[in-house]
Design a protein around this ligand. Structure first.
Ligand SMILES: [Zn+2]
Length: 48
């Protein structure tokens, strides 16, 4: 299983460790797409 960006379908995803997500308490379920810069909590998991 791997996460993909819901916007551009890229698999280049990292946990979003920004201060903003830390402040919101969502540091463990917030992700960022390194390809298009999209951030959000709902990155779908897909089969490899
Ligand atoms: Zn993306």
């Amino acid at each position: 299983m791997s996460r993909i960006c819901p916007k551009c379908k890229s698999k280049d995803i990292s946990p979003d460790l920004s201060a903003q997500s830390y402040a919101r308490g969502s540091i463990f379920n917030q992700f960022k797409c390194n390809a298009c810069g999209y951030t959000g909590e709902f990155f779908p998991e897909v089969e490899e």
